[in-house]
Design a protein around this ligand. Sequence first.
Ligand code: PRX
Length: 643
Amino acid sequence: MSQKLYLVPEDWKDARIDDDAYRTLYDESRSDPQGFWAREAQRIDWITPFAKVKHTSFDLHNISIRWFEDGTTNVAMNCVDRHLPARADQIAIIWEGDDPSVSKRITYAELHEHVCRFANVLKKHGVKKGDRVTIYLPMIPEAAYAMLACARIGAIHSVVFGGFSPEALAGRIEDAASDVIVTADEGLRGGRKVPLKSNVDAALEKVEAKSVIVVTRTGAEIDWVPGRDFRYEDEAKHVSADCPYAEMGAEDPLFILYTSGSTGKPKGVLHTTGGYLVHTSLTHELVFDYRESDIYWCTADVGWVTGHSYIVYGPLANGATTLMFEGVPNYPSVSRFWEVIDKHGVNIFYTAPTAIRALMAAGEEPVKASSRKSLRLLGSVGEPINPEAWEWYHRVVGDGRCPIVDTWWQTETGGILIAPLPGATDLKPGSATRPFFGVFPEIVDAAGEVLEGECEGNLVIADSWPGQVRTVYGDHERFAQTYFSAYPGKYFTGDGARRDADGYYWITGRVDDVINVSGHRLGTAEIESALVAHEKVSEAAVVGYPHDLKGQGIYAYVTLMEGAHPTEHLRKELVKWVREEIGPIASPDVIQFAPGLPKTRSGKIMRRILRKIAEGEFGALGDTSTLADPGVVEELVRNRPAG
Ligand code: PRX
């Protein structure tokens, strides 16, 4: 834990919220959540005003989360239409292409037209309120248009990250029972093409869909299924540039986003309309101290929740200019981020520790070659940031001027829950600091006892907040069991945390079987089931281990079928296999062939031991006396691959 303290800089003292205001508002949000949120919810436009504010129950037998439930509104209206009187000509989206010579600026008036046309195309393909639309697009403006088009007509989008394989895509299309897929011919990242349409074709060999709407990105030759596949540009020409927005209940679903858990298939996290928008727009404004005419850039992909909440919905609800970047940090060179900041005059920059660590490894030169004078604030998200990377980000990227907001949250939380407010919070490198308004974190021990003062344990949230996940799509029981059964009456985050003497939170990482690889969340069970689907694999156990750049790496122990041989060739084949089953982000870093796995006498795999071996901590294996065959452990230690 870093002991260093970075005080709120003098020139930040005029920010909207100072320390006194933070404490006053936080206390109010605790003592009168109804009053607090009734007022804050006025930041969005309602069609029918709500009378009820918060109506939530964390009782395991009746998990029910409803905010502003009798109000009606429309998310696209809030993100687009309501800005037109004052901001028609203001830039809504700056799009920076993979190739540095390609960029586009889209005004709010243009955004309105694009969203309306997209909505009309969806309608033409039969999409109605409540229908699910799968969006499998690269980072192009059409991704935002398609999401907002769904919101406009009350359809539920399910965005699938373009790095997922056909197999993973098929699973998500099937779970959401989605008839319409929106994709592109190809994606373009770091100069490399991503065969999106051909992945959709492969997915649709396994599951059915009625229409595939294909946006042209590279113009590549692609296979075409007449009657099923449609060119977006052709469709858009023949529909009206206007489309009325639907009146949606605050609790009508807005989107499903699949995320990994400890067990089973990825879960469809469901977010709804009113509370989600209030939460994302409020946090976007206060945590990033967003000010009129700021240029704001979040480097996430729209395939993840960060892209949903802090590229699209939060910023656009606030009438901001949001930058969307198609490329990667190291193409064409490791200066790319800094060049884009100078090119567009970015004021607020929000990225992930894994990118910071990778760029830090390239040294200060590429950063120093840029000006970055426009930068005012830096943000971090997705995984714990090690103090070394924090210091580098602050000193080198921010020239020591810019506060860093380390924002802790999850797909399930919808928006930021723990983070500094830059004008209010003194910073400690590596700490996400204090809870946002209306967020009541607690640290509990294994028995569920709430710990007080300085402590370390599991992180739970004691009461609901507006952006909270409402259910797991199609499986409310799984929702209840996953998040509310470990500590009855509280939402369990799956993370461990420490709280220091100043009440600051330090997230220590997942305490369940979820791993975080370069800020991407993966379930070890998912990778294991991909491995055992291979004909030569009889059993697999996957654990995370510390990795300098990725945060965590993937370590897979694999037991082969009788007669199969552990060769280098098979090792490579298995890595390729996992890439094909899930996607490149799930590629194992290490595969150790293991004649046997350490199990208890009742047959349970002892992951604690496997984690220690993966970490190279052979001295700390702990008690192995309960193992069915303690010899297995020695064998694993002896044969651990070097490196
Ligand atoms: O372990 C925490 C880590 O990322 C997990 C959530 O992953 P996901 O749902 O994919 O959402 C990522 C983007 C919000 C959390 O359970 N995490 C996220 N942000 C931080 C973090 N860990 C430490 N510090 C953070 N700032």
